[in-house]
Design a protein around this ligand. Structure first.
Ligand code: SIN
Ligand code: FE2
Length: 224
């Protein structure tokens, strides 16, 4: 169970994470607290799965097209993986480090993503890519849109693990006001429809118990 944050304490013990209600942040943007447990087999097993993925496709700090090194370490699973380097952002069927396919997506994760998307009104979601982000204290993701996928009618389903983090949800314009919420380990967040191109990001991760990290898995449909 993720450690309590100041926000949870302020809310009192009204809800355990699994009982907190789903919340629409905006049309098409649904936060499902504890969704990994309510809609699937929980998230404990995913730590071992991430270890297995990263044994084949190690976490790496990718370069942005502008030449910056990202603070978040990334790897992928599924038929396609998101990559960034000096040539730009794109999806690739092969890991550029090893030139072999990314590790496969387990059916349990596909099913969880399908159910999360369905809860937000997007039936029949079949992801073909899972970007796995690893945040250590201080790592952040600046505001961006996810727009490298061929068909933006498919939603994106995000699953957070480990340390909680402050997620920023902006609007369709880069300078629009930003909502802030804590994503805890086990939470799902769906961005689809009208919210599919909202800017979003993650504030610098605050240290938790020693050695703790945050992982975020985003399940996407990259090919049409
Ligand atoms: C992302 O936008 O790819 C990651 C979001 C997150 O870490 O919650
Ligand atoms: Fe994103």
């Amino acid at each position: 169970m993720a450690r309590l944050t100041a926000l949870d304490n302020a809310m009192g013990d009204l809800f355990s994470r699994e009982e907190a209600p789903d919340r629409w942040l905006a049309p098409g943007a649904l936060h499902l607290p504890g969704g990994a447990t309510r809609l699937g087999p929980g998230s404990r097993w995913l730590h071992a799965w991430i270890d297995a993925v990263s044994a084949r496709a190690p976490f790496r700090h990718m370069q942005t097209p502008g030449g910056q090194t990202m603070s978040v370490a990334m790897t992928n699973a599924g038929p396609l993986g998101w990559v960034s380097d000096r040539q730009g952002y794109r999806y690739s069927p092969l890991d550029p480090l090893s030139h072999v396919p990314w590790p496969p997506l387990p059916p349990e994760l596909l099913e969880l993503a399908r159910r999360g998307a369905e809860a937000a009104g997007f039936a029949g979601f079949v992801p073909d890519a899972c970007l796995i982000n690893r945040y250590e204290p201080g790592a952040r993701m600046s505001l961006h849109q996810d727009r490298d996928e061929a068909d933006l009618n498919h939603p994106i389903v995000s699953l957070s693990l480990g340390l909680g983090a402050e997620f920023l949800l902006g609007g369709l314009g880069r300078r629009d006001p930003v909502q802030r919420l804590i994503l805890h380990g086990g939470d799902l967040l769906v961005l689809g429809g009208e919210a599919r191109l909202r800017f979003h990001g993650v504030a610098p991760l605050k240290a938790g118990a020693e050695g703790e990290v945050r992982f975020n898995l985003t399940l996407r449909r990259a090919a049409p």
